[in-house]
Ligand binder design. Structure first.
Ligand SMILES: *Cc1c(COP(=O)(O)O)cnc(C)c1O
Length: 229
């Protein structure tokens, strides 16, 4: 099978899952954006999926993301990985959406970078749902403060919240907590409606909890090489 045929088959199977998850949750398919997380996969795959109608792509490392964003245009780029402060300027030069804001220093750095290139970058506050430091994400108690900082920073637009489900826990329970945090942010910032949650393994639970942005890698591209993912 050609790579195009393989990607198209994966895309069609994923679409059936998303449609099924929306139907099961009594939600409209139109509410949900799927971000194709292309990390470790070549820019040629991104180009093929663009031809198949996919418009949103996600990356988690600055150097790789910058190269693909330069190679493939006409799509929206989402940065979903931890942002080192010294890479923030680069990230804000190509990312349309940054999902992983988890500390005040990053607000300043992304804002400066966005202003420097005259862009507006949508920013989501990443929430840690397991309290484990190092995996990224802010403590739930810090989310309102970070949301306020983003909302008032020039060059940035507060989009909503994001989380990764904890490794060894029930994703439904974790996503329910995230949905409450997202609702709190929306009360203060009614336009910040993005709830980015759900990956290849848990997207049904995320849709059931109200996620409207799914970040899907493996189900679309296949299994990443172990050391690179
Ligand atoms: C890699 C990655 C994904 C995609 O994960 P899959 O399990 O391959 O679908 C989603 N979100 C983040 C933050 C990632 O790093």
């Amino acid at each position: 099978m050609s790579r195009t045929a393989e990607l198209d088959a994966n895309r069609a199977a994923l679409e059936r899952r998303v449609v099924g998850a929306c139907a099961a949750a009594g939600r409209s398919r139109d509410e949900v954006t799927v971000v194709a997380v292309s990390k470790t996969w070549p820019a040629s795959d991104v180009g093929l999926l663009r031809e198949l109608g996919v418009r949103d792509f996600g990356e988690n490392r600055d150097r790789e993301a910058a190269q693909k964003a330069a190679a493939v245009t006409g799509v929206r780029w989402h940065f979903v990985g931890a942002v080192q402060t010294n890479k923030a300027r680069s990230v804000s030069s190509y990312a349309d959406v940054v999902h992983s804001l988890d500390r005040p220093a990053l607000v300043t750095a992304l804002s400066k970078g966005a202003i420097a290139v005259g862009r507006t970058v949508e920013v989501l506050v990443q929430v840690s749902l397991d309290g484990a430091p190092g995996r990224g994400g802010a403590a739930p108690a810090d989310v309102p403060m970070l949301a306020e900082l983003v909302a008032s920073a020039s060059g940035l637009q507060l989009g909503g919240v994001m989380a990764v489900a904890p490794a060894d826990a029930d994703p439904a329970e974790a996503f329910a907590r995230l949905a409450e945090i997202a609702a709190g942010v929306r009360r203060q910032h009614p336009h910040a409606r993005a709830l980015s949650a759900g990956m290849s393994g848990d997207l049904e639970a995320a849709v059931a909890a109200g996620a409207n942005v799914l970040r899907v890698g493996t189900a679309l591209f296949g299994h990443r090489a172990a050391l690179l993912g």
